[in-house]
Design a protein around this ligand. Structure first.
Ligand SMILES: NC(=O)c1ccc[n+]([C@@H]2O[C@H](COP(=O)([O-])OP(=O)(O)OC[C@H]3O[C@@H](n4cnc5c(N)ncnc54)[C@H](OP(=O)(O)O)[C@@H]3O)[C@@H](O)[C@H]2O)c1
Length: 376
């Protein structure tokens, strides 16, 4: 019998030698499976947020189960989460306004054992109105009850209208509730640089700001990145794959214009960004450049698009939308490749990409700073 303590199975002590033989095989299989799982999990690079929470550098985005990306099969979506966990992609991003997303997370969370631990990042997206402590507490309690947790790993706060400065009241209460242990990481989403500085100047500790950041939307590089770097704030990015437009699927394809073609909320959202950025013709040139780079690394266009953003200073993680439970919509292996340290973009790769990017319009002057698209 194996004496190595890692392989030792105490049940052998109380059963017959024949049973012991087959149980040894089962024990070996379980141990080896767990070792493989640990190995895969170790392969996913992680970062630690200011409050100590460790998250994966590729996060699983759950807007895709809100209903705005096609019908959602709740049980299938819950079941589909296991494959992400098994691959080591244990961090999920959701919001109080993403339909059943928090509940899907909660159902999975209540079913699975403690290991490996999941990280559930949610958002609070209130309608402007009074922001007293009771309002804030009620919102957090609702998310906690849906997610079936006793405290929240991370709350990312969104605000629609800066002319109403009650976002500062809300953040003050969120900060107090963080001190009380209800929230681990206090974070923002779609805040611009000016307000991020205003908030940190008031002594409110912010862990991350979730913003749109991709090859086609590089507004965070203008001002946001520098402020994040100086305050130890991580950027978590969305739109990095432009809803899937930044992939081989659209290389050499005619411009999608109809609702049938742009059939998810992401596709129609980011197609508009491409229109403002430079249009479909220039976008095709970008896809050709990305394909050249991708072929040089035997990887996908999505890998290059993700790696480019992951390598930006201040970017802690890239959120990749997952249509959980939809056949053919799982990109786990490819996501693992995107964050693998073996995928390194060279100076020549960056020149190839930049030769197209430099001909695009400046979205900062067209739209404004991060998140302004939600306020203008
Ligand atoms: N804070 C905010 O205001 C905000 C706004 C938008 C999104 N988000 C967050 O960001 C997440 C991502 O959403 P997004 O709208 O930005 O979408 P996205 O991640 O840019 O695109 C997701 C889509 O890309 C395709 N895809 C994923 N991996 C791929 C790969 N390796 N190769 C080819 N295609 C791939 C999939 O399409 P198929 O499913 O068709 O295969 C997937 O549905 C959301 O779930 C949400 O958590 C936040």
């Amino acid at each position: 019998m194996q004496n190595n303590s890692a392989f030792y199975c105490p049940i052998h002590l109380i059963i017959s030698p024949v049973c012991a033989g087959s149980l040894t095989v089962i024990c070996y299989a379980i141990v080896i499976q767990q070792l493989h799982r640990k190995e895969r999990m170790a392969q996913v690079p992680k970062i630690r947020l200011a409050g100590g929470l460790e998250i994966c550098r590729i996060l699983n985005g759950m807007w895709q189960v809100s209903g705005a990306h096609g019908p959602v099969d709740h049980p299938k979506a819950v079941q589909a989460m296991q494959a992400y966990i098994d691959a080591g992609l244990t961090t999920f991003d959701m919001a109080d306004i993403y339909g059943p997303a928090e509940e899907i997370f909660g159902h999975f969370n209540s079913q699975c054992d403690a290991a490996p631990p999941l990280q559930g990042l949610t958002k609070w997206v209130p309608r402007p109105g009074p922001m007293d402590r009771k309002v804030v507490e009620k919102a957090l309690q609702r998310s906690m009850s849906r997610m079936q947790v006793d405290s929240l790993d991370c709350v990312q706060f969104h605000w629609w209208d800066y002319s109403d400065n009650r976002y500062l009241h809300a953040l003050g209460h969120l900060s107090d509730l963080q001190q009380d242990g209800l929230i681990r990481e206090l974070a923002l989403t779609n805040f611009d640089t000016q307000r991020l500085e205003e908030i940190t100047d008031k002594g409110i500790g912010i862990s991350s700001n979730q913003v749109q950041y991709s090859l086609i939307d590089q507004r965070p590089a203008a001002k946001m990145e520098a402020v994040c770097l100086s305050h130890g704030i991580q950027l978590l990015t969305y739109g990095t794959l432009a809803g899937g437009l930044l992939s081989e699927r659209y290389l050499g394809k005619a411009e999608p214009t109809s609702r049938a073609e742009l059939n998810t909320a992401s596709l129609s959202k980011y197609k508009k960004v491409i229109d403002g950025w430079g249009g479909w013709g220039l976008f095709q040139e970008l896809l050709v450049a990305l394909d050249t780079v991708a072929q040089g690394h035997s990887c996908s266009i999505a890998n290059v698009a993700t790696r480019y953003v992951l390598d930006r200073p201040a970017v802690g993680g890239v959120i990749v939308g997952c249509r959980l439970g939809v056949a053919g919509a799982e990109h786990i292996k490819d996501s693992l490749r995107s964050c693998s340290p073996e995928l390194e973009l060279t100076a020549q790769d960056l020149r190839t990409i930049d030769s197209v990017l430099q001909r695009s319009r400046d979205l900062m002057s067209l739209i404004g700073d991060c998140g302004d698209e939600y306020r203008n």
